[in-house]
Design a protein around this ligand. Structure first.
Ligand code: GRG
Length: 287
């Protein structure tokens, strides 16, 4: 199945499950629930859930179990975007083509939306009763993963990073949750150690490719497609792959990462074709 059709199919299932989770909440103030729903349903690609579901299916796991984890990962991703857009961080007014949470509602609400989504995500994962998965998601999203990467990103404004520093920053900020999405799907599906190792490596390579392309789109993309203003990295004086190595070399590095990702799937048969296509889609995407 081509990557866009794969993502679309998974997104529909994930959105139904996210909707059910929000509807099942008890005792959430209606205004806060509305704001959580606004950000969760603002048109994301649902990449992380698709990776979790795809990895689970590849190793023969139960799709309902993977779906719970997929929803939790999307909640963590959404919380990170809501907080990233806050005035204290990237101060963005548009995300996915829509007003960001603090613009649509207010700053305090946006902070609480993020907090609420993160807590709900861990409640869902805790209910699954798999301590390894709880630890995996906590480490990937916490101070040595996404939160740490965000800190490094904010600290690096106005500085020129070395290429390895930039790679470390992105491995933490965006790579860790993408890697964890693949790993959690595989772990819940009882992957053997060789499968887990291959899929972990797949997640690491596509995470890098994803970030390089994100940097490239910030230079070459258009606002209507990517749903946020272009040039925001330059406006924040951020080191990016195109700024450090030039556009052509950045594109070459992204292709190299995609090729490496695809080669990690050699031991899987045609059932891994969706993941092969997804790796290519990551460098062909325009949003
Ligand atoms: C605030 C703790 C905290 C962390 C924020 C991930 C992150 C850390 C910030 C996002 C900044 C950013 C734009 C990074 C580039 C890569 C990225 C994560 C893009 C957004 O992910 P997509 O394209 O988003 O999967 P959609 O909208 O499709 O869900």
């Amino acid at each position: 199945m081509p990557a866009e059709a794969f993502l679309h199919a998974k997104a529909e299932q994930v959105e139904a499950a996210l909707d059910a989770y929000l509807k099942s909440l008890d005792g959430v103030p209606p205004g806060l629930e509305e704001a959580m729903r606004y950000s969760l349903f603002a048109g994301g690609k649902r990449l992380r859930p698709a990776l979790c579901l795809g990895a689970g299916a590849l190793v023969g796991g139960d799709s309902d179990v993977a779906m719970s984890a997929a929803c939790a990962l999307e909640m963590i991703h959404t919380y990170s975007l809501v907080h990233d857009d806050l005035p204290a961080m990237d101060d963005d007014a548009l995300r996915r083509g829509k007003p960001t949470s603090h613009i649509k509602f207010d700053e305090a609400t946006a902070i609480l939306v993020g907090d609420g989504l993160q807590a709900l995500a861990f409640e869902i994962i805790a209910d699954m009763g798999n301590i390894d998965v709880i630890r995996e998601v906590a480490q990937a999203s916490g101070a040595s993963g996404m939160v740490g990467g965000q800190y490094l990103d904010l600290q690096s404004e106005g500085k020129t990073l070395a290429l390895d520093e930039l790679q470390h920053l992105h491995r933490s900020k965006t790579g860790a949750l993408i890697r964890a999405s693949v790993r959690v799907g595989a772990m819940l599906g009882d992957a053997n150690s060789k499968q887990l190792e291959s899929l972990t490596s797949y997640g690491e390579h596509i995470g890098l490719a994803f970030q390089i392309i994100d940097d490239i789109l910030d230079v070459t993309g258009d606002e209507a497609s990517i749903g946020k203003p272009v040039g925001s990295d330059a406006a924040h004086n951020k080191s990016t792959f195109p700024a450090l190595v030039g556009l052509d070399e950045a594109q070459r590095l992204a292709r190299e990462a995609v090729d490496a990702a695809v080669s990690t799937l050699d031991d899987f048969g045609t059932e891994a074709d969706a993941f092969r296509d997804l790796a290519h889609y990551i460098i062909e995407r325009n949003r």
